[in-house]
Design a binder for this molecule. Structure first.
Ligand code: CUA
Length: 204
């Protein structure tokens, strides 16, 4: 997910880096105060300690105000990312239906009338409108380089629009525990130029 190949994964990687930066900042500041407290505690300067009852504003700032600021930054960044990622498939999108089974993926291309097992090819640069569902229990569809995971539910259809911006071979992972062979439930994903994709689908 830190090597994004499409716009959805890019927004998610950006969010990840923002959260890492904030986490590192909090850790460094906290460590500095912690070391200072240890050093003070080991010295004999008792009068350097704040008087009891003098913690009030300190707690409000570090325990309430700063966390609110940090959460607000993450919240706004998340909402902006969600708005940038429109889930409405464009008219030229390639429709791909994915059906989860214990423990494999059925991949259907309704336009071409092609169905494959554990094999997903997509053309580079063209949005793909995924329709996600399951034939048995809850599974999940997740190609980290392309975007966030989404569940395959037995009683409904989830949708997701992903675009590969560069060719590559990726791995889809089932990310929802679905029984004995959950760990081995995976699928190769190939993003390739339009012409290569057409050759592949014609050969099926
Ligand atoms: Cu399918 Cu886990």
């Amino acid at each position: 997910m830190l090597d994004p190949a499409g716009p959805v994964a890019e927004r998610m990687a950006d969010l990840w880096w923002i959260m890492l930066a904030l986490g590192v900042l909090v850790f460094v500041v906290w460590t500095a105060f912690f070391l200072r407290a240890i050093r003070r505690g080991s010295s004999d300067e008792d009068d350097a300690r704040p008087a009891r009852g003098g913690y009030g504003s300190w707690f409000v700032v570090t325990g309430v105000a700063i966390p609110i600021v940090i959460l607000a930054v993450v919240f706004v960044a998340t909402v902006v990312a969600m708005q940038e990622l429109d889930d409405e498939p464009p008219a030229d999108a390639l429709v791909v239906e994915i059906v989860g089974h214990q423990w494999w993926y059925e991949v259907r291309y309704p336009e071409a009338g092609v169905t494959t097992r554990n094999e997903l090819h997509i053309p580079v640069g063209r949005p793909v409108a995924f329709r996600l569902t399951s034939a048995d229990v809850i599974h999940s569809f997740w190609v980290p380089e392309l975007g966030g995971k989404r569940d395959l539910l037995p009683d409904g259809v989830n949708t997701m629009v992903l675009t590969a911006e560069r060719p590559g071979e990726f791995q889809n992972r089932c990310a929802e525990f679905c029984g004995l062979h959950h760990a081995t439930m995976a699928m190769d994903v190939v993003a390739e130029p339009q012409a290569a994709f057409e050759d592949w689908i014609a050969s099926r």
